[in-house]
Design a protein around this ligand. Sequence first.
Ligand code: SF4
Length: 294
Amino acid sequence: MNWKFSNAAELLGRIGESGLGYAEWLIARDAFNAGIEAEAVRAEIGRRMMISRNAIEQGVASPKRSFSGLTEGAAFKVASSPLPPPVADRFFGLAITYALAVNEVNACGGRVVAFPTAGSSGIVPGVLWAWRDAREPGLNAESKRLQDAFVAASAIGVLIAQRATLAGAAGGCQAECGSAGAMAAAGLAVLEGMDFADAIDAAALSLKNSLGLACDPVAGLVEVPCVKRNAFLAANAITAVTLARAGVRSAIPFDEVVGAMKAIGDAMPAALKETAEGGLAATPTGRAWKERIL
Ligand code: SF4
């Protein structure tokens, strides 16, 4: 079996040649690369899903306040307000709440799964666990259907990492939260019954909408704008799948969107790549926070 691919078109080709489903193929590839059985890969997926679930539970259970004071319990506030929120349905409300919760736990030094990074760790589990809670509460971390959604999301991360970057320091926040939004869109798309090729197109829709996003963390801490940005990129993913389900296609294929992301990241000044020297970090209030904290 040829396990190599360098872009989405090749990945879809390999999966098609194999006769396997996308998740089976990707898990078999991981198992081959790690020298373990596919069941062991699935067990690890389930274990990491539960780490993200525990972060959600912690984040909504009580206000999370970080040492710096920049994180102040946004997830608890949203979770404590009556759901469904007046402007959205229960799934949407849970998704943004969960995305905040995981990232607040990260900001407070708690345990999360980098998905694909710690700063963007709330978006994928936020959207996918919210879908589980709102739509199919009978599914759990051992359920193939839910695991396969995390696999679809992970595949998008692999595709972006291979051709661009997932690091804010190299490509701006488009590479971290932007990638996570695309990953969440793919996972949500398969949960909504779309095939993997269409899920990749939904990922393209989401990624296009975060191109150029700067990495400008106040005081160099992964809190502002990171925590709330997780909620907004969760919304991005849900919007992408809403469009994709209705038959709206990305005018630019996924692989070309990733290429554009790489080019934009390369053109970004260093001040907008995690140096905390530009953007929000350089505002008068951002600088005042930095002086107070450091
Ligand atoms: S702003 Fe920078 S540090 Fe914060 S999540 Fe985005 S890439 Fe990470």
